[in-house]
Ligand binder design. Structure first.
Ligand SMILES: Nc1ncnc2c1ncn2[C@@H]1O[C@H](COP(=O)(O)OP(=O)(O)OP(=O)(O)O)[C@@H](O)[C@H]1O
Length: 336
């Protein structure tokens, strides 16, 4: 692990609007890379040189196909990478450097307190043999030190903030609907008043109505002043929730832009990001040809080139993220 700098400046998150850097910056990620060393000596480049900012009250959706490194990036922020992982770069949340932080620091000052995790599978995340109320009260005690009546009151407050009905606090996880389990898990994530909520695929397995509901609730928590990092392959959920969109391909952020530009006009500028959008049934319903590359065997230049209709010799050189997009043949920037 390299010794990361704790100074997040300058704000180089391409596509970061001026308003974002002016607002209170909660998360600053600079050059974050994660490599897995395999038994046979090979390296898997799961995340390469990720750089972005996130401000209080803002939602950034990190999108991309399965296996592009979204969850590994989330695990790196939470200090939950397996032993064969090596990180480089810097990730500062609310003044604390996450990369290289010891388990004690992460457990005592980061997880729950600076980063609240809204899990992918709430039902699996909740302890099956404890009621929701008991789990909430335990989290309150662990994170705030409150006990007895005060802990119960704080648990009730957290439940209310996540719109979990007080009358259901004595239920066990298996007695909850998918929506209520999601709210219970969100209530637990809110207990420590963490400035950053990290939601990793929070809408997986939910029907459309519940997806919309969950997306709206997450948006509400951002509107209350938290920063929200929404990791998802569900572009509809991202469209409903995000202020900005970061697109990952083969471990790299290839475009960062406003949700307005991404989902409305003029649309994304990177051919991969355009392909993702056009693959939606409500758009062209045209899948991107080919498959993502093996992260253990990436080409030297642009990793998307083998699937890209615009690829030419220039693409044998890795394109840098500049002006919000990493592509030698990006669509024109309408603002230039
Ligand atoms: N412990 C590990 N050792 C080696 N490779 C790993 C390890 N954990 C993850 N990877 C690899 O890292 C890559 C990125 O995985 P990741 O789970 O972050 O993708 P993702 O974008 O979150 O996909 P999904 O949407 O399916 O969760 C994958 O190719 C995966 O095989």
């Amino acid at each position: 692990m390299t010794a990361p700098s704790t100074d997040p400046s300058p704000a180089v998150g391409a596509g970061t609007p001026a308003a974002t850097s002016a607002a209170r910056r909660v998360l600053a990620v600079r050059g974050l890379s994660v490599r897995f060393k395999m038994r046979d000596g090979r390296h898997v480049a799961a995340v390469s040189d990720a750089t972005f900012d996130l401000a209080a009250g803002e939602c950034l959706a990190l999108v991309g196909e399965s296996g592009c490194g979204k969850s590994v990036l989330a695990s790196a922020l939470l200090g939950l990478l397996p032993a064969n992982a090596r990180t480089a770069g810097s990730a500062v949340v609310d003044g604390v450097e996450l990369l290289g932080a010891g388990e004690r620091t992460l457990a005592r000052t980061v997880r729950g307190r600076r980063i609240g995790l809204v899990p992918q599978s709430p039902a699996a995340h909740l302890t099956p043999v404890r009621t929701v109320g008991a789990q909430l009260a335990e989290t309150v005690s662990a994170l705030t030190g409150l006990r007895g009546t005060e802990a119960r009151e704080a648990a009730l407050t957290a439940a209310a903030r996540a719109a979990f009905p007080a009358g259901h606090l004595d239920r066990y996880p298996h007695e909850l609907s998918g929506g209520l389990a999601q709210r219970a898990a969100t209530a637990i994530a809110l207990v420590g008043d963490a400035p950053l909520l990290l939601a990793d695929e929070p809408t997986t397995g939910l029907d459309r109505e519940l997806v919309d509901h969950t997306a709206d609730e997450l948006r509400r928590h951002a509107d209350e002043g938290r920063a929200l990092l929404l990791i998802t392959h569900d572009l509809a959920a991202a469209a409903r929730t995000a202020d900005r969109v970061a697109v990952m391909y083969a471990g790299r952020i290839v475009e960062v832009t406003s949700a307005e530009a991404f989902f409305g006009g003029p649309g994304p500028r990177h051919p991969y990001a355009r392909g993702l959008l056009n693959a939606l049934p409500e758009r062209e319903f045209a899948p991107i040809p080919g498959l993502p590359p093996e992260l253990g065997d990436l080409p030297a230049g642009c990793a998307f080139a083998p699937r890209c209709a615009r690829a030419d010799d220039a693409c044998t050189v890795l394109p840098r993220l500049a002006g919000g997009v990493a592509c030698h043949h990006a669509e024109e920037d309408p603002h230039v």
